[in-house]
Design a protein around this ligand. Structure first.
Ligand code: SF4
Ligand code: SF4
Length: 365
């Protein structure tokens, strides 16, 4: 991109999002970047992004998600308490630029979700929410347009009944489409001038890759933006490290059908590493960070009950890195488990043994 194009983009970004930045946040983001680059275990900066789980309750049955598949080891279901949420936002408001209110659940099932968005918006944070669309109720439609939400991601992993149901078998494509139309219509009616940004999230798989070329026109017809995403197969829930390392044939026998069924042909969004895993299943747990990952320095992840996870792929409570109950965020952000996770990025990992990052190439596969 030319310098001129870059300047235009930067100006556009500033016009849309300048209100979320302060000098302190900018300095913090730079410091977080430096800490990541130098692999400091004690992080002098605060989180830049907060991923806060409003709820882990979900109506979805997405075929690649451990929640939708009903994989064992899920935490008890619950909703984040308002007081805990308020304390958390207050604790990070000086450094956090973006807050994402989605993790392992469907956030619109939380009765106070609109107030949660509003509170973060008033704390000058860019607010993001993702939904599977089948929980949008009458009260949400206009509320989502006026509560200060900046970006609404809509899961739509197919452009036809057959491809849509392949990923979300319990739900109908037509219903999802009708919900999108209601949301876009409300935004237009309320004169919201493109806010929130509404975006289809289309996860590309072997079942829908033939529709990829149609996604831009489809989104334009609906009046929304789109993003194409790589599928996460979550194979680690099916193949534990011990099996991947010592019984590769057994691991391959489990992985191959999943990869054949879901990974699209080589090209856009095919996440080639999945096919490579068939040569070497142990690569799934290779501690050398083949993929860049900045979660431990940049993003705070807090589950509905206050338990903190090192990244959005951490599912089991055994992998938690602490718990937020109130007070300054530094106690959690530089807790021993957090520091051990950062230590896992060093060549000499030492005390990192036993934390999730220690057995991860930088993306949880
Ligand atoms: S992907 Fe989201 S909506 Fe689908 S089952 Fe998982 S948590 Fe629920
Ligand atoms: S577990 Fe993997 S993806 Fe998650 S923060 Fe650690 S290295 Fe990154």
């Amino acid at each position: 991109m030319s310098a001129c194009g870059l300047a235009v983009r930067a100006w556009g970004y500033w016009r849309r999002n300048g209100r979320y930045w302060t000098l302190r946040k900018a300095a913090n983001a730079l410091l977080a970047r430096a800490a990541r680059r130098l692999r400091w275990t004690w992080c002098p900066s605060g989180p830049v992004v907060a991923k806060i789980e409003a709820t882990n309750v979900c109506n979805g049955d997405c075929r690649l998600c451990p929640v939708g598949r009903g994989d064992p080891g899920r935490r008890p279901g619950g909703m984040m308490d308002w007081e805990l949420y308020r304390k958390l936002i207050d604790a990070v408001r000086g450094t956090v630029v973006t807050v994402d209110l989605t993790n392992w659940g469907e956030s619109l099932l939380h009765g106070g979700i609109l107030d949660m968005i509003r509170y973060a918006h008033e704390a000058r944070m860019y607010t993001y929410l993702s939904t599977n669309l089948h929980t949008v109720r009458d009260g949400h439609v206009e509320g989502l347009m006026t509560c200060g939400l900046d970006e609404l991601a809509l899961s739509l992993h197919g452009l036809s009944e057959a491809t849509y149901r392949a990923y979300q078998p319990g739900y109908a494509f037509g219903e999802a489409l009708a919900q999108i139309e209601r949301l876009v219509d409300a935004r237009r009616r309320l004169g919201r001038d493109g806010k929130p940004k509404i975006k289809i999230n289309f996860v590309v798989t072997a079942k829908n890759h033939h529709e990829v070329e149609d996604v831009p026109a489809f989104a334009a017809r609906l009046g929304v933006q789109y993003v194409l995403s790589e599928a996460s197969l979550n194979l680690r829930f099916k193949v534990p490290p011990e099996m991947a390392r010592r019984r590769p044939d057994e691991a391959r026998a489990i992985m191959r059908p999943v990869i054949d069924e879901w990974v699209p042909p080589a090209g856009r969004c095919d996440r080639a590493v999945y096919r490579e895993l068939l040569d070497d299943p142990a690569a799934m747990y290779d501690p050398r960070k083949r993929f860049g990952c900045d979660w431990p320095w940049r993003t705070l992840v807090v589950n509905w009950d206050g338990a903190a996870s090192i990244c959005c792929g951490s599912f089991h409570a055994d992998d938690d890195v602490g718990r937020y109950t109130g007070g300054p965020i530094g106690r959690l952000w530089n807790s021993l488990p957090y520091r051990r996770c950062r230590r896992a990025f060093r060549r000499r990992r030492g005390e990192a043994a036993g934390v999730l990052c220690e057995q991860c190439p930088g993306v949880l596969l």
